[in-house]
Design a protein around this ligand. Structure first.
Ligand code: AMP
Ligand code: GLY
Length: 434
């Protein structure tokens, strides 16, 4: 059977790698993929990004199922287009993807269905935005409604910062159309976790819990990024809280969409804030898997991912059984100098060749690629900007997984590498206290 994965990040490398382990799969194409997916056995990159080209490819190659990684093609309606062409694809429709693509839609949806989230106001002109800010106190969060590649959220510590963000989005149009509608949101304090499920629109299969590290620097300082590392499971979601999240957030979301005539099929990611009094509120929905959360989650998944996706596409997810490695998994991202604002590229990456041989024998770790490319002669692995690699390992517990991940990282080198040295610290600290 042949499959197609759409995207080029670490998340897509992990998805394609996991899918290729299915005994029924002999080839996974990745469009467009990265240098990691180019050199992985059973994976093959294809240089296509346009929906029409991908549909033609899927038809000609008799692709059994296509799996979409990133939000942009989902929000642009790739699932609707594949289905209209009679092709099987796993991901939400354009309407369902609004949950991520429009923060205004998401907030109003949560309000209609009593799903706990920060209180907010929706503004479209700067005069009413400033009038609203006159009655508020900092900190506040200013969010562009549309997709902004991680640049659409400003956590304003002062009212002046909030006003600047409003001006940048609504007047100076720094984010284009994505910032033409803005949410001004109550600031929530607490621990952030990622809660990701698969759904066929009727049934929900939760994946294991995880925690991302969005800030660039150790101690959760510095600017927001796409995510500098993640681990799974997180001790911040014990079983009672898991049940609470399913009851108050996930089930009402899937059912609420259904009531509104939207059947959600795909991965659904709820970014959650757990406050000091154990309240859980939604920070954001994503209509896809998280990156880098996917990397540790896929390393822990023991079940054939293809079988799960088939159940989801066929509406029989209630019959799916899922098995996880009981160990912890932790992934550390190596990014280029200047990430996220001004990434440099074209530095040679050293140390990967030996590790690739070892990882194929071990199964306890994997180096997932994102911003990598092969040199013109195809012999040298080079950086291509942004997040470059995510070194992901399994360990008996979180602390051991963290140590092993950094031992692995210390064998890889490229000029200008940036990374955090504390991935997993909140979870490890919490477990030590208990
Ligand atoms: P979002 O894209 O909405 O998840 O926002 C990006 C990041 O901004 C989140 O991961 C949080 O770290 C932070 N953030 C978003 N909304 C809030 C909020 N209401 N209170 C505190 N931090 C927030
Ligand atoms: N890691 C956060 C995200 O994928 O949005």
């Amino acid at each position: 059977m042949k499959l197609l994965v759409i995207g080029n990040g670490g998340r897509e490398h992990a998805l394609a790698w996991k899918l290729s382990q299915s005994p029924r799969v002999h080839k996974v194409y990745v469009a467009p993929g990265n240098a990691g997916t180019a050199v992985e056995p059973q994976l093959e990159n294809i240089p296509l990004t346009q929906t029409a080209d991908l549909i033609e490819f899927a038809r000609k190659q008799h692709i059994a199922i296509t799996v979409v990684g990133p939000e942009i093609p989902l929000a642009a309606g790739i699932v609707d287009a594949f289905q209209a062409a009679g092709l099987k694809i796993f991901g939400p429709s354009q309407k369902a993807a609004q949950l991520e693509a429009s923060k205004v839609f998401a907030k109003e949806f949560m309000r209609r269905h009593h799903i706990p989230t920060a209180s907010y106001a929706r503004v479209t002109d700067s005069v009413s935005a400033h009038a609203y800010l006159d009655q508020q106190s900092a900190p506040l969060v200013i969010k562009a409604s549309g997709l902004a590649a991680g640049k659409g959220v400003v956590v304003a510590q002062t009212l002046d910062q909030a006003r600047d963000a409003i001006e940048a989005m609504l007047v100076e149009k720094h984010l284009g159309d994505a910032g033409s509608e803005v949410i001004i949101e109550e600031f929530l304090e607490g621990i952030e976790v990622s809660f990701i499920v698969m759904t066929d629109g009727d049934h929900v299969l939760p994946l294991v819990t995880s925690q991302d590290h969005k800030r660039l620097l150790d101690g959760n300082l510095g600017p927001n990024t796409g995510g500098m590392g993640a681990y799974s499971p997180t001790p911040f979601v014990p079983p009672s809280m898991h049940a609470q999240i399913m009851r108050t957030i996930i089930d009402p979301t899937i059912n609420g969409l259904k009531q509104e005539g939207i059947r959600y099929t795909g991965f659904l990611y709820a970014g959650l804030m757990i406050t000091a009094d154990d309240q859980v509120k939604v920070l954001e929905f994503n209509c896809r898997l998280g990156d880098p959360e996917t990397q540790p989650i896929m390393l822990r998944l023991k079940t054939d991912l293809l079988a799960l996706i088939e159940h989801a596409v066929n509406g029989t997810l209630d019959q799916a059984e899922i098995e996880w490695d009981r160990r912890a998994a932790l992934g550390v991202v190596m990014a280029v100098q200047g990430y996220p604002d001004n990434p440099r590229k074209n530095d040679e990456i050293h140390g990967l060749t030996d590790l690739m041989v070892k990882q194929s024998h071990s199964g306890d770790f994997h180096i997932f690629h994102a911003g990598t490319q092969l040199s013109q002669d195809g012999k040298t692995m080079m950086t291509a900007g942004g997040r470059v690699l995510c070194a992901t390992v399994l360990g008996e517990n979180l602390r051991i997984a963290q140590q092993s991940a950094y031992q692995l990282i210390d064998q890889i080198h490229f000029d200008g590498c940036q990374m955090r040295r504390d991935i997993g610290y909140q979870g490890i600290h919490y477990q030590r206290k208990k």
